[in-house]
Structure formats: structure tokens, C-alpha cells
Design a protein around this ligand. Sequence first.
Ligand SMILES: [Cu+2]
Length: 203
Amino acid sequence: MIRHSTFLGAAVVAAALVAPNAPLGAAGSAISGTVKVTGLASGADAVVYIQQAAGTFPAAKPVEMDQRKMQFIPHVLPVVAGTTVKFLNSDPTPHNVFSPDNEKYNLGTWPQGQTKDHVFATCLKPPCVYTQLCRVHPEMEGFVVVLQNPFFAVTNKEGHYEIVNVPPGAYTLGVWHAKAKAQPKPVTVGADKPATVDFTLGR
Ligand SMILES: [Cu+2]
């Protein structure tokens, strides 16, 4: 599954919203690249994101984090601040949903086929990372990463990411990974000038 493509739709909508006066055809460009994590075989599940973009960004429509085969899917879910996440249980066993981070929440425990919502509306200094846990199954873990704008992508198992339709401008590109870190990098994109930014994360 190509996780980063899940967010293309949101980025397209947001680009249209933030650039209402842009001439027709002056869509943004892509920022893409590869993330390597020192000591890990896979560069998957890193979030690459523009730290701060001009304008305000409405919440995307609700997105889903599933609990299926004893895993949170997707393992890493970036969202724009204010977005509702629908936590679904697809397993025949009850699961719990809680996070010990930031404002903390415990949505309870519920059976197969049901969802409960949490609105990620309190993030004052993005990124706000919520470790997503299940009290019934201590080995289960996921992450919700709350961001200021919809210009983000999650790396696939090759470590590749692509953020599409970024409005022309100069930005700082951050990267988040559950187990490794790297400094942000500057990036400039033009109307027809995509950019490539690679990261090597250390632990
Ligand atoms: Cu569980």
C-alpha cells in the first residue's frame, strides 16, 4: 500500500484554498525525496512535512485509524490540526484506544465494527505527536502526528515520500520518525520547479 498517496486529495484541496487568487494553471510543485534511517532496514513511516505554511488550514474531513489483526493501521497518521480521527475496531476481539500524550484521552474499549472519534484540536505548537495505545494489548502502538498544514507525506517502505501541490515559496521541511531524528532542512519550490530533499535520520 502506498500510504503517502492517501494525503494527495487533502493537499489538492488545501492548495486550492490557500491560493484562491493564483492564476489558473499556477498549481504548486512537488517536494519529494528519500528518508534513510541509520540502523534500520526500512525508511518507512517517517512523516515529512512543511513546518509552517502561510494561511490557516481547515480540518480535513475525518480520517480513519483502524485496529486490524492486532495493529493500528496506518501505523503513522499525520493530520491537520482540528481533524477528527475515527478509530475503528475491525478485529473480533475488543480493543481500547488511549493516548498518554498532550491533552491525553481514553476513548474506552469497544467491539468489532464500531468506531469512536477523537478531534485533534488542541495542538498549539505542531508537530503534536500522540502515541496511540491499547490497554488490552500492550504490544499495540500507533502514532497520530498533528500538523499546521496539509503539506505532508508518509514515507513508503522504500523510504520515498512526495508532497504534492505545494504553493511556490520558501519553507522549512521537518521530518518526524518514532525512533530517529534529523534536523529540518530549507526548501524552495517554484510554480514549475519541484524540489528534492533527502534525509538521513540518526538514532
Ligand atoms: Cu487492542
